[in-house]
Design a protein around this ligand. Structure first.
Ligand code: UDP
Length: 236
């Protein structure tokens, strides 16, 4: 029973199911899903996200239903032995995004960058394309920063329908990006969708010093990092 064929058994940490996968297994699983063509969704969840899910039943439900939930940061990995067989590694969205672009270039998969501030998705895709000239970029779109239910969903779905990406990077921040994906994943023809938070900003170098500092200490996700720092330095 290969990891690429089936959903791995999750480890439930504070009510959120995490999948025990490495970067390489994640990339293989995603490539297999693209070849298969049935749409799946992937969430990158850090500790901050888990605590948000406690107070947000919709978020918890969508994490339970997600096809793959990745441990986006070491805190989740360090906590994992208290809940069952430990997770083997963190699989951070900010590291996975460029790796997935590289895999897409090798496999001939088309990628799409949705979200982030105006121009960031486009620049990020240009940077990835410069790194991997074979990379096929289906398109980019940075919609206005409106609440989820006020977004022009139809316009976005039409763009995706027109450009037919294989892999969709959704950078709308958590949990908005995950809710957006879960609203549409069973209806669209995009094989792999993943919520990537600030990963496109990392590629373009738009992230703040605080984020960079957090990242160098392997704390992924601004919310998680900031809440930890805030505990020590309440002025942050
Ligand atoms: N963002 C967006 N639309 C929104 C809110 C956020 O496109 O309505 C983008 C923002 O520009 C950034 C990403 O989503 O690129 C959020 O990154 P952040 O690191 O804050 O999210 P997290 O990693 O904490 O989920």
């Amino acid at each position: 029973m290969g990891m690429t064929k089936h959903k791995p058994v999750p480890l439930v940490i504070f009510g959120v199911p995490f999948h025990n996968v490495s970067f390489e297994e994640t990339l293989d699983w995603m490539a297999a899903r693209v070849r298969e063509g049935r749409p799946v969704n992937v969430a990158t969840a850090n500790l901050d996200f888990v605590t948000q899910a406690w107070n947000d039943p919709e978020l918890q439900r969508l994490l339970i239903d997600a096809d793959l939930v990745l441990a986006d940061g070491f805190p989740i990995v360090k906590l994992s032995p208290f809940f069952g067989p430990p997770l083997k590694d963190r699989v951070t969205g900010s590291d996975l995004t460029p790796m997935l672009a590289e895999r897409a270039a090798h496999e001939g998969f088309k990628i799409y960058g949705l979200g982030s501030a105006d121009g960031v998705a486009k620049t990020a895709m240009e940077i990835l394309k410069a790194r991997h000239p074979d990379l096929k970029v289906a398109g980019t779109y940075s919609p206005p920063f409106t609440p989820l239910l006020e977004m022009d969903h139809r316009a976005i779905l039409q763009r995706l329908e027109r450009t037919q990406p294989d892999i969709l990077f959704v950078a709308l921040g958590a949990p908005k990006q995950d809710k957006f994906i879960s609203m549409h994943v069973r209806g669209w023809n995009v094989p792999v969708s993943i919520g990537v938070g600030g990963s496109l900003d990392f590629i373009t170098g738009e992230q703040s010093a605080l984020r960079l500092g957090c990242r160098s200490y392997n704390w992924s996700g601004f919310g998680e990092c900031a809440s930890v720092l805030h505990g020590y330095f309440p002025v942050i």
